[in-house]
Design a binder for this molecule. Structure first.
Ligand code: AMP
Length: 116
């Protein structure tokens, strides 16, 4: 269950951490797909959205509050950005420690390509 994200949160491996508090940690994605690409991660090991419980509501709320704060810090709040949480195989989740992608810095286009 433990992933590389727990080691980043604990400061055991290097990362470009931009924010940390008692509930969440945010660090720059190692393989960015946009000028701003930051991962907002609960400090608690929760594999996927499916594993979130009512007891985690404060943490889930904090993830969104922190996303807004970081967007302002990054200077992308006004132009806009995208928040993504991938879940499981069909969601193409690669790291099974819950995380939210904060993407911005240029126009991101439509979120889902239509298959027409
Ligand atoms: P997901 O597909 O939603 O599970 O996304 C996982 C993300 O974690 C990918 O965008 C990776 O580039 C990113 N990632 C993997 N390892 C690291 C790392 N050591 N530091 C920062 N980001 C990472």
């Amino acid at each position: 269950m433990t992933t590389i994200f727990s080691k980043i949160i604990a400061g055991e491996i290097p990362s470009d951490t931009v924010y940390q508090d008692d509930l969440v940690t945010a660090f720059r994605d190692i393989n960015p797909v946009a000028p701003t690409h930051i991962l907002i991660v609960p400090n608690k090991e929760i594999p996927t959205v499916n594993d979130i419980s009512e007891a985690d509501e404060a943490m889930v709320g904090r993830m969104l509050v922190v996303a807004g704060k970081i967007a302002k810090q990054e200077g992308i709040a006004e132009d806009g950005y995208r928040l993504i949480i991938n879940c499981g195989r069909d969601g193409n989740q690669e790291v099974f420690h819950l995380h939210m992608h904060l993407l911005g810095g240029h126009n991101l286009g439509p979120i889902i390509r239509r298959r027409n």
